[in-house]
Design a protein. Sequence first.
Length: 202
Amino acid sequence: MAAAKGGTNWFAVVIATITVVAIVGVGALVVFLNNRATAPGAAPEGAIINSETGAISFGDGPDTIAVYLDFMCPACGSFEAQYGDLLAEAAGDDTITLEVHPIAIQDHLSQGTEFSSRAASAMYCVASEAPEAGLDFQLQMFANQPAQGTTGLSDEQIIAIAEQTGGGAAADCISDGTYKKFVRDRTPETPRVRRGSRRPPS
């Protein structure tokens, strides 16, 4: 799913464990758990990451294309297959600024493995630890996109893709699922797709 902004008409597409070391009152424990559940997830940091909006930016062009993607979403996969290389090329030569927003809207379709959250977190890990590998990692994740209703890729398989694309430095971050909570916090902020949105020229 994608949305164009910045005045461009180029296109917009439909797109723990908790350890208690002392005896505490039940009330205090409930408060602690509630606060923990609502606490914001750790925000990713890096030269190409906007920690507030969750945007991962590639390129420095005058027009901004914002893409919201879930690595298990078939429509997102189709979009990437058709336009991924084009967007990467345009960002690479600074024709556009490409903003990638990893989201998790299909965790319920991965048999309890939370693949969408894990994959989106991995995208942030690579963008943070090896930003030059970010777009290649994204493209290869979609090239290896699992079908809905499966368990998705394992962390080990995701790490292998990161290593193949030059993002091996993000391995520990991926294994830890460092940014899963951040992804879940940001996902409700995904803009709604407008009907009648225009597709990019072929």
